[in-house]
Design a protein around this ligand. Structure first.
Ligand SMILES: Cc1cc2nc3c(=O)[nH]c(=O)nc-3n(C[C@H](O)[C@H](O)[C@H](O)COP(=O)(O)OP(=O)(O)OC[C@H]3O[C@@H](n4cnc5c(N)ncnc54)[C@H](O)[C@@H]3O)c2cc1C
Ligand code: FES
Ligand code: FES
Length: 1328
C-alpha cells in the first residue's frame, strides 16, 4: 500500500474518564501524558521521567474485544503511550477514579489515611496501579499487589505505608505467616504491646474505611463497544507536524506498507521506539502501528507448542504461558516456565501490559530478557513480507554476533512458536539486574541441555547471553565442543573455561562492569549445572545423587514478599483533650488531595496567556572555552520565540557567595558538562526542546579536566577553607596502642531523585517590574534574592510562592535559585510568562547531588577493643562551584564521631573543586559519609581484635555525660537506651545464633546481621539560620488562615503546624487552613533544611497563636460558655486585631574553627538499627530480610508523619549504601540520567520485616512540645544494611579461608558483593 492510499486526517476517538474525546489533529508525537495534562487539563497524572521507569504517569486503559466480548483493563505509562494508539479505547486517570468534588475512591481514601503519601507526587500513579489491579481482581492476593506496584517508584515513604494501604484490600492474611521460633509477627506485636501499656501500635483505623464496591466504577463506554462491534476496522492515518502514523488492519496491508517504507518502525507498545525517539535523537517520519492486525494477535495451542502473535503484550503472553503450564504435563512446559521466570521481573506491570513480544525480539537489545531464553529454547519466528512467509529459528537473528542478520527491513514478525520441551531436556533462564524488579538486566541468560535418552550424556546444548555484547550472543563453539560429554565436574570446568574464551566482552563498556559480567556468565552456567544435576536426581535418584544439601538453597531465587511491619509509639496522656491533635497520628493535610491528583504542583498551574516554555542548552564539555554560540538554526525552528543567554541577564549573572561564583549562564567558558549555556523559549516544550538541539556551541578544550577526588588532590584543587578538628594527643596515643590499622573507603554520590523535577513558572506582572515566581524550592527567600539580583530590581518586586514541593531532600536550594533566575531572565526579556520544567535527564545532568567521598583513616586501638586514637582525612567531590560544599565538609568533621568517644582524634576535611556538576546539600549533609567511615573502622577493629562488631561498638560508645571532640556537652542516656531496646526488640543474639546455623547449612547463600547506633546532632550552626516567623489570620467567621516560613516537601510540616495552631488556639484542625508559603506573607524565611522546619516554625506559630489568644482572653473570660465563633465575632466588634505574626529568634549556636571548639548543635537525636540480609554468593544479589529501628525523637508531634520520615530516610539510606550508582564517562558526562540507569529502592528492596519504635519517655527542652527534628537522621541507619552485607561476606570469606581484612566501598552493589565472595569463578575471570 502506498502512502497516497492512506489519505485524509482521521478523527481520533477515545474516552477519558467516561467522556468522549474527538481529536481532529492527533499528532503521533504526542504522548497521552502531555495530552492529558496540557490539552485536557487533567494534571493528576504526573511526569516523573518520561521513559516508563517511574510509574508517576500510570493510567488505566480499557479495551473491548468484540469477538470474545471481553473488556480488558490494564495499567500503562501515559508518558510512552502515543495518543494515536488509543483509538476506540477508554482511559481512566486518577481524576476519574474519585475526587473530593464527587466521591473519594476507597483506594484514594486508604492510601491517604494509611499515611501512604508524603510529597504526594508519586501518589496518583500508585492509586492507578492499585485501582487497575482491583478492577481485575477485587480481592487480590499480596503477591499480585506487590507485583502491581513494582513499576511505581516513591522517593519519600519507604513504601511501608503504601503497602499497609494495599494490604487492606488483600484477601490473604496480613500476618507474616511464619512461625519461625514458634512465633509470628502478630505474637510479637502483642508481646511488645503488653510490655509498655502506654505504647500504641496502630497508625490508622481500618474501621473508618469505606468498603470497596466494584459496582461503583465507570462502565466501559457503550459507544466504544458499538464502534468496535459495528464499524468494520479500517486503516487509520494521523498526520502530525513531523510524523505520520499509519495503523493498518490486515497483514497484506502491513506487508505493502513495509515494502513501501522499509525503514518505518512498527510501533506496538512504543517502549522501545518511544525512548529511542525521546532520549537518543532517533527520528522516524513514518511509523506503522500493526497492533490491530489479527494475525499478529493470535494465540494458538498446537500439539508441539504455542504460537503467540508478535503484537501480543508480554502480560498476555504471561497469562497464556501460565495457563499452559497449569494444563500440560511438567515435562512439556520447561521452556514455558523458563520464559515465565523472566517475565516475572521484566519491567514493571505497566511496561509488560503494553510491550509486545515482537518488539522485544526484533529490537534485539542486548538487555532483552526474552531473546536468550527464546533462542536457547529453539523458538521459531514466523516472518512475512510481500515476498511470502517463512519460518526461521529465532537464534538465527543473532548468528552474526551483532544482531543485524537475517531479517529483511521489509519483513515483519507475525508470530513466535515456542515449542514444548522434550523428555531429557532441561532449560533455565537467569538474570541479574541492579534491582531485582523493574530493571534491565546486567546479564540475562537462557540455557538448554538435551541428554541422550536415559543418560546424562549431552546430546544438544545451547547457551545464550544478554547484556554481554551489543546484542544477544551465543556460546556456540562451547556448546558444540561439549556434545558427548557427561554432566559432571570435568564438564563444568571445561565449559566454564570455554565460555570465558568464547564470550568476549568489550572492556570499555560504559558501565565498567566487564569483570562482573564475566563472573556472572560463568556463575550462571554453574547455577544451571546445579539445577540440572538436581533435576536428574529427581528423575532418577538411584543414578544421580543430586547436589549437596548445603548447595540446595542457591536454586531458589529471592522473591518479593509483602513486607510485615510494626510501628510503636507513645500514646498521648489520658488527660490530653480529645480535640488536641498533638501527639496523634494525624493524616497528612494534603493526603486526600495527593491521592485524588488535586494537589497542585508547579507544572499543574494552568497556563497563562501567551506563556512560553523553556528548554535549556547545556555544555557538552567538562572544561572548555566557549568559542561561539550559534543560535541561528534554533531560531528558525517552529514556535521558537527567543534564545536567552548570559547577555540577557540585566544585572547579576555570577553570584559570589564565596571566592568562586555560582553562575546562571556560562559566558566565556564552561566548567562542567551540564552547565547551562543558554535557553530556548518557545510556544511548547516540544518546540523548545527541538530548537535547543539546534544550538551549536563551539568549544576550545581547557586544561586540566579534573573529575575525581584523586585528580583534585593531584592538582591541589580545593574550595577554601579546608577544615581540621583535633582533640587529645593523637601522635602520642599512637605510640601506646596495641594495634594500628589504616584504610580507605570510597563512597559514591547520590542523586536526589525527587519525583517532581526542578520546576519554575515566572510571570511578569506588567508593572513596576513585579514578578510572581512559582517555584519548587526549599527556600523561597533565597529564590527571591537571586531573581531580584539577576534582574537588578529590589527584592520587594519579586513575589515567590510555594504551595508544595514534590520532594527535595536538599536538592532544591541553590540549584532551584539558578533555575528560577534562568526562567525569570527569560520572562523579563520576553515579557511573557515562562515555564521551566526540567526533564528528568536534564535534572540529573545539571543539578548535582550528594558528594562523592573518600575517607582515609588510621586507627590506634587496644587488644580489648578500646579505640584510643584516630587520624582521618575526608575528601568530598564538590564539583565545579562551591555551593555548600565547605559546610558539608565541616559537618563531616563535626559528626564523624557518631556514637563513640574517641579520646584522641585528628581529622581533616577537604572540599575538592572539580569539573563535575556542582554537588549540593542532601539529607544528612555529610554525616552519611563520615559516619560510614567511622562504622567501617569500628568493624575493622572488631575483625582485628576478634571481638564482635557490636562489642566494639558498646565498648567505645559514649556512656555518661561527656563532651564531643569539639567540646560540646552531651548526655548519651538515650543513645544507650535505643541501643539496648533495639538489641532486645530485634532479638539480636538469638537471631545471630540462628544466622550462624543457617550459614553452616548453606554454602552459596549466607545471611548477615548488623546493629548500628547513631547519635545525630541537630542544629544549623548559627542563630540567624534558625529564625522563623509565622502569620496567623482569624476571619470573622472563625476560620483561620495560617502561614509560616516552612516549606511542605512531603515531611508534613503544614500538618504539624496546623496541629500546633489547633492546640494553641484550642480549636479543631478543620478550622485552620494553610494556603501557601510566600515571600509576601513571611519575609526572609530561612530554608526548610536540616530537619529544623517543625522546630523553628512551630515556635513561631505557637508565638503567633499565643498572641492572638492573649488578645481574645478577656472576651473568652467574659463569656466562658461561648464558642469560638462567638468570641471572634465579639473580638471584631470590639476592634481587637485578629491577625498576628509570631517569631522565633533561632537557636544560639557557635563554632570556633580556629580553636576547634564550640556549641554548633542544639540537641542530639539518637537511634539504633538492626538489619539482617541474605546474599546470593554466585550473583551478588541480596535480600533485606528484616530491620528493627528504635529512635529517640523526643515527644512526637505526629507519630505517623515521624515514623514515615524515619522509614523514608532509612530506605533512601539503603539506596545510598547498597544500590544507587552514578556513572560518569571519562569525559565527565553523567551516564546515569534516568530511572532506567539509576536505581533507587523500589518495593522489592525494603526489608521483609520492617519495625520502627519510637523511644518512650524522651524529653527535649529545646524544641516545640519536647519534640525533635528528625527528617534527616534515619538515612544514616541505612548503613546497618551495608554492615549486615559485610557480615555475610565475612562469613563467606572465613569459610573459604580468605584474607581477613578486605575493603568494601559504597554503594555495596551486587557487583561488589560478588567480587568479595571470591571463588573459583572469580579467580578464573581475574586470572585471565
Ligand atoms: C522502563 C522499561 C523497562 C524495561 N525493562 C525490560 C526488562 O527488564 N527486560 C527486557 O527484556 N526488556 C525490558 N524493556 C524493553 C521492552 O520489553 C521492550 O521495549 C518491548 O518489549 C518492546 O515492545 P514494544 O511493543 O513496546 O516495541 P516498540 O517500541 O513498539 O517497537 C520496538 C521495535 O520492534 C520493532 N517491531 C515491533 N513489532 C514488530 C514486528 N511485529 N515485526 C517487526 N518488527 C517489529 C519495531 O520496528 C521497533 O523497531 C523495558 C522497557 C522499558 C521502557
Ligand atoms: S513519567 Fe511515565 S513512567 Fe515516569
Ligand atoms: S510521596 Fe512518593 S515520591 Fe513523594
Amino acid at each position: 500500500m502506498s502512502l497516497q492510499g492512506a489519505v485524509g486526517a482521521e478523527e481520533l476517538i477515545f474516552y477519558v474518564n467516561g467522556r468522549k474525546v474527538v481529536e481532529k489533529n492527533a499528532d503521533p508525537e504526542q504522548m497521552l501524558l502531555f495530552y492529558l495534562r496540557k490539552r485536557l487539563r487533567l494534571t493528576g497524572t504526573k511526569y516523573g521521567c518520561g521513559g516508563g521507569g517511574c510509574g508517576a504517569c500510570t493510567v488505566m486503559i480499557s479495551t473491548y474485544e468484540p469477538a470474545s466480548k471481553k473488556i480488558r483493563h490494564y495499567s500503562a505509562n501515559a508518558c510512552l503511550l502515543p495518543i494515536c494508539s488509543l483509538y476506540g479505547m477508554a482511559v481512566t486517570t486518577v481524576e476519574g477514579v474519585g475526587s473530593t468534588r464527587t466521591r473519594i475512591h476507597p483506594v484514594q481514601e486508604r492510601l491517604a489515611k494509611c499515611h501512604g503519601s508524603q510529597c504526594g507526587f508519586c501518589t496518583p500513579g500508585m492509586v492507578m496501579s492499585i485501582y487497575t489491579l482491583l478492577r481485575n481482581h477485587p480481592e487480590p492476593n499480596s503477591e499480585q499487589m506487590t507485583a502491581a506496584l513494582a513499576g511505581n517508584l516513591c522517593r519519600c515513604t519507604g513504601y511501608r505505608p503504601i503497602l499497609d494501604a494495599c494490604k487492606t484490600f488483600c484477601k490473604d492474611s496480613v500476618c507474616c505467616q511464619s512461625k519461625a521460633n514458634g512465633r509470628c509477627c502478630l505474637d510479637q506485636e502483642e508481646d511488645l504491646f503488653d510490655r509498655e501499656e502506654k505504647e500504641s501500635v496502630g497508625l490508622f483505623s481500618p474501621d473508618e474505611f469505606q468498603p470497596l464496591d466494584p459496582t461503583q466504577e465507570f462502565i466501559f463506554p457503550p459507544e466504544l463497544m458499538r464502534m468496535a462491534e459495528n464499524q468494520p476496522k479500517r486503516t487509520l492515518v494521523f498526520h502530525g507536524e513531523r510524523i505520520m502514523w499509519i495503523s493498518p488492519v490486515s497483514l497484506d496491508e502491513l506487508q505493502d506498507l513495509k515494502a513501501a517504507h522499509p525503514d518505518a518502525p512498527l510501533v506496538v507498545g512504543n517502549t522501545g521506539v518511544g525512548p529511542d525517539m525521546k532520549f537518543r535523537g532517533v527520528f522516524h517520519p513514518i511509523v506503522i502501528a500493526p497492533a490491530r492486525i489479527p494475525d499478529l494477535n493470535v494465540v494458538e495451542c498446537m500439539s508441539d507448542g504455542l504460537t503467540i502473535g508478535a503484537a501480543c503484550s508480554l502480560s498476555l503472553m504471561k497469562d497464556v504461558l501460565r495457563n499452559a503450564v497449569s494444563e500440560l504435563p511438567e515435562e512439556k512446559t520447561k521452556i514455558f516456565c523458563a520464559v515465565l521466570q523472566q517475565l516475572r521481573t521484566l519491567g514493571g506491570e505497566q511496561i509488560r501490559n503494553v510491550a509486545s513480544l515482537g518488539g522485544n525480539i526484533i529490537s534485539r537489545k542486548s538487555t532483552s530478557d526474552l531473546n536468550p531464553i527464546l533462542a536457547a529454547g529453539n523458538c521459531m519466528l514466523n516472518l512475512a513480507s510481500q515476498g511470502g512467509k517463512r519460518w526461521i529459528p529465532l537464534s538465527d537473528i543473532f548468528a552474526d554476533g551483532v544482531g543485524n542478520n537475517t531479517i529483511m527491513p521489509e519483513e515483519v514478525l507475525v508470530s513466535v512458536r515456542i515449542p514444548h520441551s522434550r523428555k531429557g531436556e532441561y532449560i533455565s533462564a537467569f538474570r541479574q539486574a541492579p534491582r531485582r524488579e523493574n530493571a534491565l538486566p546486567i546479564i540475562s541468560a537462557g540455557m538448554r541441555v538435551l541428554f541422550e535418552e536415559g543418560t546424562d550424556k549431552i546430546k544438544d546444548l545451547s547457551i545464550f547471553y544478554g547484556g554481554a555484547a551489543s546484542t544477544t550472543i551465543c556460546a556456540k563453539q562451547t556448546c558444540q565442543t561439549l556434545i558427548g560429554r557427561y554432566w559432571n565436574e570435568q564438564m563444568l570446568d571445561e565449559a566454564s573455561r570455554l565460555i570465558l574464551n568464547e564470550i568476549v566482552l568489550p572492556d570499555s563498556a560504559w558501565d565498567g562492569k566487564a569483570e562482573y559480567k564475566k563472573t556472572l556468565i560463568v556463575s550462571l552456567f554453574y547455577k544451571f549445572f546445579l539445577e540440572v544435576l538436581q533435576s536428574l536426581k529427581t528423575m532418577d535418584p538411584c543414578h544421580y545423587p543430586g547436589i549437596p544439601m548445603e548447595y540446595e538453597s542457591i536454586l531458589e531465587d529471592f522473591q518479593t514478599k509483602m513486607p510485615q511491619s510494626i510501628q510503636i509509639y507513645q500514646n498521648v496522656e489520658l488527660s490530653q483533650s480529645p480535640q488536641d491533635p498533638v501527639g496523634r497520628p494525624i493524616m497528612h493535610q494534603s493526603g486526600i488531595k495527593h491521592a485524588t491528583g488535586e494537589a497542585v504542583y508547579i507544572d499543574d498551574i494552568p497556563s497563562v496567556d501567551g506563556e512560553l516554555f523553556l528548554a535549556v542548552v547545556t555544555s557538552s564539555r567538562a572544561h572548555a572555552k566557549i568559542v561561539s554560540v550559534d543560535t541561528s538554526e534554533a531560531l528558525k525552528e517552529p514556535g521558537v520565540f527567543d534564545v536567552i543567554t548570559a547577555n540577557d541577564v540585566p544585572a547579576t549573572n555570577e553570584f559570589h557567595y564565596s571566592d568562586d561564583p555560582e553562575i546562571i549562564f556560562a559566558r566565556n567558558k564552561v566548567i562542567c558538562v551540564g552547565q547551562i549555556v543558554c535557553a530556548v523559549a518557545a510556544d511548547s516544550y516540544a518546540h523548545a526542546k527541538q530548537a535547543a538541539a539546534k544550538v551549536r556551541i563551539e568549544y576550545e578544550a581547557l586544561e586540566p579536566v579534573i573529575l575525581t577526588i584523586e585528580d583534585a588532590i593531584k592538582h591541589n584543587s580545593f574550595f577554601e577553607p579546608k577544615r581540621k578538628l583535633e582533640h587529645g594527643n593523637v601522635d602520642k596515643a599512637f605510640e601506646t596502642v596495641d594495634h594500628i590499622l589504616e584504610g580507605e573507603i570510597h563512597i559514591g554520590g547520590q542523586e536526589h531523585f525527587y519525583m517532581e523535577t526542578q520546576s519554575v513558572l515566572a510571570i511578569p506582572k506588567g508593572e513596576d517590574k513585579e514578578m510572581d515566581v512559582y517555584v519548587s524550592t526549599q527556600h523561597p527567600a533565597f529564590i527571591q534574592e537571586m531573581v531580584a539580583a539577576s534582574l537588578g530590581v529590589p527584592a520587594n518586586r519579586i513575589m515567590c510562592h510555594v504551595k508544595r514541593v514534590g520532594g527535595a531532600f536538599g536538592g532544591k536550594l541553590l540549584k532551584a535559585g539558578l533555575l528560577a533566575s534562568v526562567a525569570s531572565v527569560a520572562a523579563n526579556k520576553t515579557n511573557r510568562a515562562v515555564r521551566l520544567i526540567l526533564s528528568r535527564g536534564d535534572d540529573m545532568l545539571i543539578t548535582g547531588g550528594r558528594h562523592p567521598f573518600v575517607g582515609k583513616y588510621k586507627v590506634g586501638f587496644m587488644k580489648d577493643g578500646r579505640i584510643r586514637t584516630v587520624d582521618a582525612k575526608y575528601y568530598i567531590n564538590g564539583g565545579c562551584t562551591p555551593d555548600e560544599s565547605v559546610l558539608v565538609a565541616e559537618v563531616c568533621l563535626l559528626k564523624m564521631d557518631n556514637a563513640y568517644k574517641i579520646p584522641n582524634l585528628r581529622c581533616w576535611a577537604y572540599a575538592c573543586k572539580t569539573n563535575l556538576p556542582s554537588n549540593t546539600a542532601f539529607r544528612g549533609f555529610g554525616f552519611p559519609q563520615s559516619g560510614l567511615v567511622t562504622e567501617t573502622w569500628i568493624t575493622e577493629v572488631a575483625e582485628k581484635t576478634g571481638l564482635s562488631p557490636e562489642k566494639v561498638r558498646e565498648i567505645n560508645m559514649y556512656k555518661e555525660d561527656e563532651q564531643t571532640h569539639f567540646k560540646q556537652k552531651l548526655d548519651p542516656q538515650n543513645l544507650i537506651r535505643c541501643w539496648n531496646e533495639c538489641m532486645e526488640k530485634s532479638a539480636y543474639y538469638s537471631r545471630k545464633t540462628a544466622i550462624e546455623e543457617f550459614n553452616k547449612q548453606n554454602y552459596w547463600k549466607k545471611k548477615g546481621i548488623a546493629i548500628v547506633p547513631m547519635k545525630f546532632p541537630f542544629g544549623l550552626g548559627s542563630r540567624y539560620l534558625s529564625q522563623a516567623a509565622a502569620l496567623v489570620h482569624i476571619y470573622t467567621d472563625g476560620s483561620v488562615l495560617l502561614t509560616h516560613g516552612g516549606i511542605e516537601l512531603g515531611q508534613g510540616i503544614h500538618t504539624k503546624m496546623i496541629q500546633v495552631a489547633s492546640r494553641e488556639l484550642n480549636i479543631p484542625m478543620s478550622y485552620i487552613h494553610f494556603c501557601e508559603t510566600s515571600t509576601t506573607t513571611v519575609p526572609n524565611a530561612c530554608a526548610s533544611v536540616g530537619s529544623a522546619g517543625t522546630d523553628v516554625n512551630g515556635m513561631a506559630v505557637k508565638d503567633a497563636c499565643q498572641t492572638l489568644l492573649k488578645r481574645l482572653q478577656p472576651i473568652i473570660n467574659k463569656n466562658p460558655k461561648g464558642n469560638w465563633k462567638d468570641w471572634i465575632k465579639e473580638a471584631f466588634e470590639q476592634s481587637v486585631s485578629l491577625s498576628a505574626t509570631g517569631y522565633f529568634r533561632g537557636y544560639d549556636a557557635n563554632m570556633d574553627w580556629e580553636k576547634g571548639e564550640g556549641q554548633p548543635f542544639t540537641y542530639f537525636l539518637y537511634g539504633t538499627a538492626c538489619s539482617e540480609v541474605e546474599i546470593n554468593c554466585l550473583t551478588g544479589d541480596h535480600k533485606n530480610l528484616r530491620t528493627d529501628i528504635v529512635m529517640d525523637i523526643g515527644c512526637s508531634i505526629n507519630p505517623a508523619v515521624d515514623i514515615g520520615q524515619i522509614e523514608g530516610a532509612f530506605v533512601q539510606g539503603i539506596g545510598l549504601y547498597t544500590m544507587e550508582e552514578l556513572k560518569y564517562s571519562p569525559e565527565g558526562v553523567l551516564c546515569t540520567r534516568g530511572p532506567d540507569q539509576y536505581k533507587i529502592p523500589a518495593v522489592c528492596d525494603i526489608p521483609e520485616q520492617f519495625n520502627v519504635s519510637l523511644l518512650s519517655s524522651s524529653q527535649n527542652p529545646y524544641a516545640i512540645y519536647s519534640s525533635k527534628g528528625l527528617g534527616e537522621a534515619g538515612l544514616f541507619l541505612g548503613c546497618s544494611v551495608f554492615f549486615a552485607l559485610r557480615d555475610a561476606i565475612t562469613c563467606v570469606r572465613n569459610e573459604r579461608g580468605l584474607k581477613k581484612t578486605f575493603a568494601l566501598n559504597s554503594p555495596l552493589t551486587a557487583e561488589q558483593i560478588r567480587a568479595a565472595c571470591i571463588d573459583d569463578f572469580t579467580k578464573m575471570v581475574i586470572g585471565r
